[in-house]
Design a protein. Structure first.
Length: 366
C-alpha cells in the first residue's frame, strides 16, 4: 500500500467519524428542542398568557458554564456563540421574541441584537431611539436594543435621556467591537464628493478621513445603514458603515477598518418591561439626583463606599427640570437583591432627591 493510499484511507476514516458525530449532534439538538417545547407547555399551563419564556439569567448561566467546561480546540467565545444560536432556535419553538432595534437593516444595533438573542428572533427596525422605547412600552416588541456608550466617543445622550421618563428596565447589555469600512458605488477615492455616516462613526474615523478624504463633505445621518442606503442611490457618494450594510445595499468596500482606535467598542443595552433575576455576576444601573450644594455628589455616593460597592460608571445629564439641575446615571457591580447592594440602595434612596433603579442584569458573556 502506497503512502498516498494510506493517507487517503485515514482521511476517509476521519470523514466517516465526522458524519457519525454530525448525526449524533442532530439527535441531541432535536432532543433539546423537544425539551424546550415541554418547558413551553408547562409554563403555559401554569401561567397562561403571562408566562415568561425568555430567562436572561438562565441563558447567561448556561453560556458561562459552557465556556468554563470547554475543552477546546474551539475558542470559548466560539463555543458560546454556537450554543447561543441553539438556545435562540429552541426559544423560538416556545415563543419567538420580537426585538426592536435602531434601523434601517444593517446597523450595528441590529448586529448587537442578533449577538445577544441569536438569529431566531424577529427584529424590527425603528427610525429613532425614542420609537424603540415606545414600541417596547406599548408591548408591540418584547425587548429593544439601544446604544448607550462608545469607548472612544463616550455616551449616547439620547438613550440616557429616554430613561428619565420611561418605565422600562434594563434587562441586559451587549458589547460589540466596531469596525468601520468605507463603501461606495464609486471606485476611486478622488471621485467621492459626499460622505454619509452617523455622527459618532464620523468622529471615530476622523483621523483616517482627514488623511484620505479631506475634500469630501461629511454629512451626519441617523444611522450607518441609512448612510449606506443613501450612498447606494447617489452618484459620487460614499458611506462609513459595517460590512453587513455593504452586503445589504450592494456597495463595494473601498477601505476596511478605518476607525482610528483599534479597540473601538460600543456598549448596547437591552430594554424591556422587567429586568433580570440574579445570575451570580450582575450589574445594576441607577438614576439619581442630589441637592445642588457643595459636597452634594460626595454625600450622595457615600453609601456605595460604606457598603463596599464598586461603581463602574457615572454620567451626568441635564434633568430638564431647571437650569443647571442634573441627574446622574450610575452603574454598580452586583444585583439589587444582593444583601449589601440592597442596603446601599436603601441609603441612597433616603439621601437622593430622585432615586430610580433602571435595572439589574447579567454582565455580558459574549
Amino acid at each position: 500500500m502506497t503512502q498516498e493510499r494510506a493517507q487517503g484511507d485515514v482521511l476517509e476514516g476521519v470523514r466517516s467519524r465526522i458524519d457519525e458525530i454530525d448525526l449524533e449532534l442532530l439527535r441531541l439538538i432535536s432532543e433539546r428542542a423537544r425539551c424546550a417545547q415541554q418547558v413551553a407547555h408547562i409554563k403555559t399551563a401554569a401561567d397562561g398568557s403571562e408566562a415568561q419564556f425568555y430567562r436572561p439569567e438562565r441563558e447567561v448561566a448556561v453560556l458561562r458554564r459552557i465556556k468554563q467546561a470547554n475543552p477546546g480546540p474551539l475558542d470559548g467565545e466560539e463555543v458560546a456563540r454556537l450554543f447561543r444560536e441553539i438556545m435562540s432556535a429552541c426559544l423560538a419553538l416556545e415563543r419567538p421574541l420580537n426585538v426592536a432595534f435602531l434601523g434601517p437593516e444593517g446597523t450595528f444595533t441590529q448586529s448587537a441584537a442578533i449577538k445577544h438573542f441569536g438569529h431566531s428572533v424577529k427584529t424590527f427596525a425603528m427610525a429613532t431611539i425614542g420609537e424603540i422605547f415606545r414600541e417596547v412600552e406599548a408591548g408591540s416588541c418584547d425587548f429593544g436594543v439601544v446604544p448607550v456608550e462608545n469607548s472612544t466617543e463616550g455616551v449616547v445622550s439620547h438613550t440616557l435621556d429616554m430613561f428619565i421618563a420611561s418605565p422600562l428596565r434594563i434587562a441586559g447589555e451587549v458589547s460589540l467591537r466596531i469596525h468601520h469600512h468605507l463603501m461606495s458605488r464609486t471606485h476611486e477615492l478622488d471621485a467621492i464628493r459626499s460622505l454619509y455616516s452617523h455622527q459618532q462613526s464620523l468622529a471615530q474615523c476622523r483621523g483616517w478621513l482627514d488623511r484620505h478624504l479631506p475634500a469630501a463633505e461629511r454629512i451626519a445621518v441617523g444611522s450607518n445603514a441609512e448612510a449606506a442606503r443613501t450612498a447606494a442611490n447617489e452618484e459620487g457618494a460614499a458611506a462609513v458603515a459595517g460590512l453587513q450594510a455593504a452586503e445589504i445595499y450592494r456597495l463595494d468596500v473601498l477601505a476596511e477598518r478605518i476607525e482610528d482606535e483599534p479597540g473601538n467598542t460600543t456598549r448596547f443595552l437591552v430594554i424591556g418591561q422587567q429586568d433580570s433575576p440574579p445570575s451570580g455576576q450582575d450589574k445594576t444601573s441607577l438614576l439619581l439626583s442630589c441637592r445642588n450644594q457643595a459636597g452634594g455628589l460626595h454625600a450622595l455616593l457615600t453609601p456605595l463606599a460604606a457598603h463596599d460597592i464598586s461603581m463602574t460608571r457615572i454620567e451626568s445629564r441635564p434633568s430638564r427640570r431647571g437650569i443647571w439641575d442634573y441627574v446622574f446615571f450610575i452603574d454598580i457591580m452586583g444585583h439589587r437583591s444582593d444583601p449589601k447592594v440592597a442596603l446601599a440602595l436603601e441609603s441612597l434612596e433616603r439621601s437622593s432627591l430622585l432615586f430610580k433603579v433602571l435595572g439589574s442584569y447579567p454582565l455580558a458573556v459574549l
